[in-house]
Every structure is written in structure tokens, then in C-alpha cells.
Design a binder for this molecule. Sequence first.
Ligand SMILES: C[S@@+](CC[C@H](N)C(=O)[O-])C[C@H]1O[C@@H](n2cnc3c(N)ncnc32)[C@H](O)[C@@H]1O
Length: 187
Amino acid sequence: MLEDKDFIKSCDVPGPTKEAIRAIILYKSDVKAGDKVVDVGCGTGGITCEFAQRAESVTSIDINPEAIEMTQKNLKKFGLGDNVTLICNDGAEALKDIDNMDIAIVGGSGKKLEDILDLVDSRLNSKGRIIITAILVDTKVEAVNKLKELNYNPQIMEVNISKGRVLDRGIMMMSENPIAIITAKKR
Ligand SMILES: C[S@@+](CC[C@H](N)C(=O)[O-])C[C@H]1O[C@@H](n2cnc3c(N)ncnc32)[C@H](O)[C@@H]1O
């Protein structure tokens, strides 16, 4: 696993997705060496860098050119990127040109989550996995409802991580924002 502190960050780009959340996503994705992965809303590249080390290929999409730049910088920093394609576009457009995917991660969708999930569903290989991370309550509900409509059996977990800061007089636990991880597998 890559450590949060090792990523190059920009105040204009969200991410990276925190290390513990990346670990759960990797576990839930059941990623294999031959898998083709799509990361919609790649941000700082936290998810992209993890999957680039484990999958056959990663296609990373972000609507924000600065996010694509940050992902590129982090891939380079970690000596990765040979199997990664970066696309600067709206996920709801870029996905139209991508097929044959085994794992789709949606870490950002704007107001296009339903369109993005429709496209992912139509392009996902059998036994393919969908993973959505959501901070807004509305996104969590929308993701679960849309996956149900598409005939998936979605699972949702809410993760609250607190990390200890070791001080002279004791350990202070510092909490991170809760985040939901919604997962589904194609039948
Ligand atoms: C929370 S960040 C993702 C962080 C990323 N998982 C990481 O580890 O660095 C969400 C990203 O989604 C992007 N985004 C939002 N709506 C999008 C859309 N419709 N298409 C593509 N990217 C989108 C944002 O620009 C932002 O960079």
C-alpha cells in the first residue's frame, strides 16, 4: 500500500483517497493481474496508483485537467503509469468509448452518477465489480437505488477511521470524514 503522506497533493484537487479506504477498495474489488480497471474521478490518483500495481490496465478519467496532471505526477513519482491511460473528460462521455472492463471505481461523478452507472453496467464484463465511494448522503442513496434498478445486489458500508496522534501526555485519536463504500458484482 502507498502511504497518504507520499502522494503529491494540490489544494485544487481532492484526494488521495485515504490509505485505509484504498485497502478496503482493493479487497472488495478482488483485483487480479488480468483485470481491466476504470477509475472515474481519479482526482490525485490514489486509487489509480494502487490498481496500476495490481491490474493489467487502468483507464483513469477526470473532468478536471488539474486532477489528470496530479494523477500523472503521482504515477511518475511511484514509478508507475506504463499500463495507465489518462482521459480528461466527463465520465458520462468518456465511458462511451470504453468497453471490456472488469472493475469500475466511481470516486467522483458530479450530478452524473446515474448516467455513469448506466454506461458502466452496459460495458462491464460478466462477474465485473462496481465500487462507488460517496461522502454525501444523497450520493449514497442514489448509488444504492440505481444499482438496484440495474438489477444488482448492492452492499454498502460506512467507514469511520480515527488515527492516533502520539503526544507526550497520551494518545489523541483524530477522526477522518466518514465515507461510504458501495459495492456490487455483475451476475
Ligand atoms: C474525491 S475525488 C477522487 C479522489 C481519488 N479517488 C483519489 O484517490 O485521489 C473526485 C474527483 O471526481 C472528479 N469528477 C467529478 N465529477 C466527474 C465527472 N462527471 N466525470 C469525471 N470526473 C468527475 C472530480 O474532478 C474529482 O477530481
